[in-house]
Design a protein around this ligand. Structure first.
Ligand SMILES: *Cc1c(COP(=O)(O)O)cnc(C)c1O
Length: 392
């Protein structure tokens, strides 16, 4: 199918379909660890790479390939490699592309496990990271060393929804001969296409919005064929093994079909909740890129189709006041997960950011009164009624 003639919405439904002899309408799941060859010569040809085709599901699997083709079409990427989780996507990216002695410049506002991977695990392999402010391009410039190979960031950031200028950082990365890697988890390709803005690689935790219904873990690394194949990302995966299972690939493949309408609905609900919270007397401050009061509202609206589903807000009072909001809920789920059709609420200072020091939290702007709401698709009145109980 000549997919490049279709819009992203159509690719989400039609790309990656390879029907079996039964001509099924919904995609089949190929639950098999290995594949059978016609004869010894074909087995040899497959292993040598002379003939393309499946060998073993740690290397390729038709259901996983369908997911990879579909997500690649949606992100506008040449190649996608699927992984068992978002973290294994980040690990495959750095283990595939970097060597001992290399240096990373990363935003300090990235997922906690990513900080842990860069700070504590990569250090053992002599790969070091400098963390800088997500929004200060000068800080990125000053952090670049001769051995800098990779820039890594998330935009919007978690939980404060800071926006990084992808095009500007892409220009700096090119100047510095480094690859720009964007974790596009919060926006998905529906709201933001980093590759079009100059990024080299996009990372996904498919566990979040791509699945969208909180069912499975998965991840993906996307970029040009040279980086993914010759660069070693795929090679690391097929050797080390954190590849995506066929079953999980199928779940996420079906999730992609409704991603477009879900992201618009998440954004619409989130904007309404953000506006309502901003006018509430017991709310100190709201962080949402779709609000005119957001520090980088203009940039966000240029770079993204809409504000997305994540709203953070500071309640008046400290930890007790924030916990009261959480403990008074009867509808929204108290969980640190996000990207689900069900609304989730978390207190970053004592959960996702609980293991970093008070000073580091203060420096990052994560106060004791801060709450992060991943707005789901329930009726807006019901979400408001649930929050207002604890807000007073
Ligand atoms: C959840 C998350 C990850 C990690 O994904 P897993 O699927 O849990 O491994 C990475 N980046 C961001 C921004 C996330 O929210």
């Amino acid at each position: 199918m000549p997919d490049d003639q279709y819009k992203s919405e159509t690719c989400a439904l039609r790309t990656g379909i390879h029907r079996s002899q039964f001509n099924e309408h919904s995609e089949a799941i190929y639950l098999t660890s290995s594949f059978v060859f016609d004869n010894a010569q074909q087995a040899a040809a497959r292993f040598s790479g002379e003939e393309s085709g499946n060998i073993y599901s740690r290397f390729t699997n038709p259901t996983v390939t369908a997911f990879e083709e579909r997500l690649a079409a949606m992100e506008g990427a040449e190649t996608c490699v699927a992984t068992s989780s978002g973290m294994s996507a980040i690990m495959a990216c750095v283990m595939g592309l970097l060597s001992a002695g290399d240096h990373i410049v990363a935003s300090q506002s990235i997922f906690g496990a990513t900080v842990n991977l860069f700070n504590n695990i990569l250090k053992k392999f002599d790969v070091h990271t400098t963390f800088v402010s997500a929004t200060e391009v000068d800080a990125w410039r000053n952090a670049v060393r001769q051995n800098t190979k990779l820039f890594f960031l998330e935009t919007p950031s978690n939980p404060l929804t800071e926006i990084s200028d992808i095009a500007e950082l892409s220009a700096l990365a090119k100047q510095s001969k480094a690859w720009l890697v964007i974790d596009n988890c919060f926006c998905t390709p529906i709201l933001q296409k980093p590759l079009e803005l100059g990024a080299d690689i996009v990372i996904h935790s498919a566990t979040k919005y791509l699945d969208g219904q909180g069912r499975v873990l998965g991840g993906a690394v996307l970029g040009n064929r040279e980086l993914m194949m010759d660069g070693g990302v795929y090679g690391f995966l097929r050797t080390a093994g954190p590849t995506l299972s066929a079953f999980n690939a199928w779940i996420i493949l079906k999730g992609l079909e409704t991603l477009n309408i879900r992201m618009d609905a998440h954004s619409k609900n989130a904007l309404q909740i953000a506006q309502w919270l901003e006018s509430h007397p017991n709310v100190e401050r709201v962080f949402y890129p779709g609000l005119a009061s957001h520090q980088q509202h203009q940039l966000a609206m240029r770079q993204q189709r809409s504000g997305g589903g994540i709203v953070s807000f500071e309640v008046k009072g400290d930890k007790e006041a924030a916990w009261r909001v959480i403990d008074s809920t009867q509808l929204v789920s108290i969980t640190a997960n996000l990207g689900d059709v069900k609304t989730t609420l978390t207190h970053p200072a004592t959960t996702t950011h609980g293991r970093i020091s008070q000073e580091a939290r203060d420096a990052a702007g994560i106060s004791d009164g801060l709450l992060r709401l991943a707005v789901g698709l329930e009726a807006i009145e019901d979400i408001k009624a649930d929050l207002v109980r604890g807000l007073g």
